[in-house]
Write a protein that binds this ligand. Structure first.
Ligand code: SF4
Length: 99
């Protein structure tokens, strides 16, 4: 499961620095994977790219962004359910193509 940011976000940017996968972007900012630029997912609040979030699998025991958020705006995303193996494979993919 990836995690996601809800409308509770106040765009403080505290979570962005915590992400080892560089999966968190400012509202309206395009995101990058393997040197390729993709269109911003939302311009309403800071957002997490599901293709880059591993729930911190491969780096930490728990998602690092959730406790970093002062408004509890980050939650696990029920629309992106993945096993630990899938998350690890995503991490390996990011290791090879670049974040
Ligand atoms: Fe990044 Fe970890 Fe938060 Fe996913 S859970 S967005 S990998 S800090």
């Amino acid at each position: 499961m990836a995690v996601k940011i809800t409308e509770e976000c106040i765009a403080c940017g505290a979570c962005e620095a915590e992400c080892p996968n560089e999966a968190i972007y400012e509202a309206g900012k395009d995101w990058v994977i393997g040197g390729e630029t993709k269109a911003a997912i939302t311009d309403e609040h800071t957002y997490i790219v599901p293709d880059k979030c591993t729930e911190c699998v491969g780096f930490h025991d728990e998602p690092q962004c959730i406790p970093a958020c002062p408004t509890e705006a980050i939650i696990v995303d029920p629309d992106h359910v993945e096993t630990k193996e899938q998350l690890m494979a995503k991490k390996d993919h990011l290791d090879s193509v670049g974040r």
